[in-house]
Design a protein around this ligand. Structure first.
Ligand SMILES: NC(=O)c1ccc[n+]([C@@H]2O[C@H](COP(=O)([O-])OP(=O)(O)OC[C@H]3O[C@@H](n4cnc5c(N)ncnc54)[C@H](OP(=O)(O)O)[C@@H]3O)[C@@H](O)[C@H]2O)c1
Length: 346
């Protein structure tokens, strides 16, 4: 009997998630039914939104059930197919399981073209985070040349793409990140005009004001909390705030009451808008086409932070809340030797 391993949700975290919340189980490898495909996971994504799915609360993403395998974005190879659309050896992506093998309906999978870049990018710069950056920045932030664009968690999967796209739009780009290694990557390699290590400043408000002498026209907020509080007083008239994520609050057991800064919006007539990448399902291909063109032209760079071994998937997830990743956090579950030569990641 062929076996496979899955990570299941053992318990719901209170505050910071820990290893105790995860359970690694060995099960019989599933067989694909009619119209289904058996996929071997090569890369598994871990993402901040998964923290919300560990909660037993209504949200835009359904909560995971305790005792059941968790779901994740996966890139993998088709091992067996009972669907006309796929054959063994095809590389596919979709929302599968935290598992070494999983069965999926053919219509839940999308083909990954290994000639566009390393297949891992289908979970990062050429996947959900890239599309989030592309539409959140262009549709909501709407930067014009000369604008100052600030992005938080700027060295992460979404933030690093946002900053580079804003630069390509002719904006002055400022990022915040949690280490000197990250801020150096932003300014030295990605072309950010300034970057602030928020963990090393005595006064974050002063540091942000110094980095944004002409104020802020677009704030792409991945983080919330004290970083957002420091950006708020710098908002210019008719500025735009794209609220993408609030990772600084995801492990909070109660929503903290922060400074009340809404009066700024009256003075500046700034527009604040939250969004979900799923709002852009119909425009997914358009974003990917533009992003892959920038990568091929060497105008958009990316990094991936790859943790090796399926058994280390919870470590990769927990690391997101410690800022361990530079670029997209991934888990390499199996080897793949068909990657193309289009690479500008590191
Ligand atoms: N709206 C949507 O549809 C959508 C889609 C995708 C992602 N998102 C959101 O976008 C944000 C970024 O996602 P991502 O996948 O690109 O993750 P990521 O930025 O690659 O990784 C998370 C990063 O958040 C930072 N962080 C963690 N805890 C923090 C804290 N307490 N305060 C400040 N920064 C903290 C860390 O970087 P530092 O070292 O810099 O602190 C960490 O590396 C998340 O909030 C996510 O939920 C939203």
């Amino acid at each position: 009997m062929a076996e496979t391993r899955q990570w299941r949700l053992e318990s719901r975290p209170v505050g910071e998630p820990t290893h105790e919340n995860f359970d690694l189980v060995t099960v019989e490898r599933p067989e694909p039914g009619p119209g289904e495909v058996l996929v071997k996971t090569v890369y598994q994504s871990v993402d901040p939104y998964m923290r919300g799915r560990m909660r037993d609360a209504e949200s835009y993403a359904e909560p995971w059930a305790v005792g059941e395998p968790m779901k994740a974005g996966v890139v993998g190879e088709v091992l067996e197919s009972n669907a006309d659309e796929f054959e063994p050896g095809d590389v596919v992506t979709g929302e599968l399981l935290w598992a070494e093998h999983a069965v999926a309906d053919a219509d839940e999978l999308r083909t990954v073209d290994p000639d566009l870049g390393p297949i891992s990018t289908a979970l990062g710069v050429l996947g959900m985070p890239g599309v989030t950056a592309y539409w959140g920045l262009h549709d909501i932030g709407d930067p014009t040349p000369g604008d100052t664009v600030v992005v938080s968690a700027a060295a992460g999967a979404v933030g690093s793409v946002v900053g580079q796209l804003a630069r390509l739009n002719g904006a002055r780009v400022v990022g915040t990140a949690g280490s000197d290694e990250k801020t150096a990557w932003l300014t030295d390699e990605l072309g950010f005009d300034a970057a602030v290590n928020y963990t090393e400043t005595d006064d974050l408000g002063d540091a942000m004001a110094a980095a944004c002498p002409d104020g802020v026209d677009v704030y792409f907020d991945n983080v919330g909390g004290p970083i957002t509080d420091a950006v708020w007083p710098l908002l210019n008239d008719h500025s735009r705030v794209a609220v993408c994520g609030q990772i600084s609050l995801y492990n909070a057991t109660e929503v903290p009451t922060g400074p009340r800064k809404l009066a700024t919006l009256i003075e500046t007539r700034a527009r604040v808008e939250g969004f979900l990448v799923s709002d852009y399902e119909d425009r997914w291909g358009e974003a990917l086409e533009r992003l892959s063109r920038f990568i091929r032209a060497d105008e958009l760079h990316y990094r991936e932070h790859v943790v090796d071994g399926f058994e280390n998937a919870p470590d990769a997830f927990l690391g997101l809340f410690e800022g361990e990743n530079i670029g997209k956090q991934l888990v390499r579950v199996a080897d793949y030797d068909g990657d193309s030569s289009v690479q500008n990641g590191s």
